[in-house]
Design a protein around this ligand. Structure first.
Ligand code: SF4
Length: 483
């Protein structure tokens, strides 16, 4: 089997410069530092994990396409298509999101099949320079919106060929990018992966990260250097602090005696670094995408408003003798079309689905943006817009929790269909939403404290955040308990 190149750092290079006045003196940090070095020195283990996942991924993605669609007798224990659905949407996606919060982007660096294939392809790359358009900061938003909406249009959670089109298409694109640009790098993962933006936001909450001790880095400048480390997602190793783009692959551990896997306070990146690093694109992805658009995508199939709008529109069209939107002749790759399952979208269904998702994104995301902009304004800072971006990042825990709950609803549905007793799910959902809301409010208060020391100055800001959290919680309550 072909393998990804091993970037081996010699023991000499790893220990060339002793760690400067170590800020990582606790036992936990000592353990983490050793873990990072273990990852660096055991690339073959990581590669073995990656290739096992690549094999399982390819099997579950491709084989179900050639099997008949599951009928009412299909269960997790007797139907490979149901197993694949459960694996992709019930386990993989929800728990990859959780892993981002707990461990940063370890998934990307250690397990992701798409990243592994893209990096393998980049060994044979034409090595063209990365074009400017590819570095555009808006791609993560476009990618997330595109895959989320298209996934709903073709019912990606239900049908294997839809999953193959979206997930497989993304993998083929990742390999193609690897073959063309920047040898031995992960250009796709850094700039174009549809979930890199979401992963980058959630990883800000991670309590561990690879960080550079700048003093040690400078002190090692005069020491003889070992083999250079190739950071696949193209990060500047001399200044590692944020977890957003680092894949936690471990290759740079102890490089120049200055880089370590270390612990940090979980909200540090949002509260402290976010003051200057939060951007408008991140805010759009968070408020419009992870909160607004995702809620619309999970809502529409259960929404009585959607059904009422569809009935009204259908009656209006029939009364005006406009019948073509009611036809169901769209191909499966445009709108869901599985006649054998009685699951066929008309043009009207598809258009209303798009309208519903985008309307939710605009109303919910836009409403929260207005609230938070008002909050930023109430803090009387010099740069209201940057403060607004910063304050928005307080909602990352709640946004991540919502996407997790939405995705895990698929897990719950499949398990319920197989007769598993899940009475504990409702209390767990309530608890997660409450905890995530409190976490967001706590981050918001700490962010606001950086701008205004007096409580009365922060009152409006905190009130706006409470309303924003309430709106998100209400949205998920509609789906889980009211409709
Ligand atoms: S900075 Fe680069 S090389 Fe180091 S752990 Fe992160 S992704 Fe890997």
């Amino acid at each position: 089997m072909t393998t990804i190149p091993i970037i081996k750092i010699t023991q000499e290079s790893a220990t060339a410069a002793p760690m400067a006045q170590s800020p990582f003196a606790t036992r936990r940090d000592h353990f983490l530092a050793r873990l990072g070095i273990w990852m660096r020195d055991h690339r073959f283990v990581i590669q073995a994990v990656q290739w096992i996942i690549v094999g399982v991924y390819a099997f579950l993605l491709i084989v179900p396409v050639y099997l008949p669609l599951p009928d009412e007798t299909a269960h997790l224990w007797n139907n490979l298509t149901v197993v694949a659905q459960f694996a992709f949407w019930g386990i993989w996606w929800p728990f990859v999101l959780v892993s981002m919060v707990l461990m940063g982007r370890v998934w990307c660096g250690v397990m992701c099949p798409e990243g592994a294939l893209s990096e393998l392809a980049s060994r044979y790359s034409l090595n063209l320079p990365i074009p400017r358009w590819m570095r555009w900061s808006g791609w993560p938003v476009v990618g997330f919106v595109g895959t989320t909406v298209y996934g709903q249009m073709i019912s990606v959670y239900q049908y294997p060929q839809a999953a193959l089109l979206i997930l497989g298409g993304s993998t083929v694109a990742a390999i193609a990018i690897g073959l063309v640009f920047a040898q031995n790098r992960r250009v796709w993962c850094r700039y174009l992966c549809p979930v890199t933006g979401v992963f980058g936001l959630l990883a800000k909450l991670s309590p561990i990260h690879f960080r550079t001790d700048e003093a040690a880095w400078k002190a090692a400048a005069t020491e003889p250097r070992g083999a250079p480390v190739v950071c696949a997602p193209l990060l500047p190793l001399s200044k590692l602090e944020s977890s957003s783009s680092c894949h936690n692959c471990g290759r740079c551990a102890d490089y120049r005696g200055a880089i370590q896997l270390a612990s940090r306070e979980s909200g540090h990146e949002i509260v402290v670094l976010g003051k200057s690093s939060a951007t408008g694109w991140q805010t759009l992805l968070l408020l419009g995408g992870m909160i607004g658009l995702a809620m619309g995508a999970f809502h529409w199939s259960a929404s009585p408003w959607f059904i009422a709008a569809k009935q009204w529109a259908a009656e209006w069209l029939i009364n005006h003798d406009i019948l073509w939107p009611l036809q169901t002749n769209a191909p499966w790759w445009m709108f869901t079309h599985y006649a054998e399952n009685n699951d066929v979208f008309s043009w009207l269904d598809g258009s209303l689905l798009l309208a519903y998702i985008f309307a939710t994104a605009i109303v919910l995301g836009g409403g929260i943006a207005l609230l938070l902009y008002g909050a930023a304004w109430s803090l009387r800072t010099e740069r209201t817009r940057q403060t607004f971006y910063h304050l928005s990042q307080a909602l990352i825990p709640l946004a991540g929790c919502g996407v997790f709950l939405g995705l895990s609803a698929q897990t719950i549905t499949l398990l319920r269909a197989d007769g598993v007793d899940l009475d504990w799910v409702s209390p767990l959902r309530i608890s997660l939403l409450v905890l995530a809301s409190l976490w967001s409010l706590w981050l918001g208060e700490r962010i606001a404290r950086q701008y205004a020391t007096q409580m009365h100055n922060r009152l409006l800001s905190n009130t706006a955040l409470i309303l924003a959290c309430g709106a998100v919680d209400l949205g998920w309550s509609l789906l889980f308990w009211i409709w």
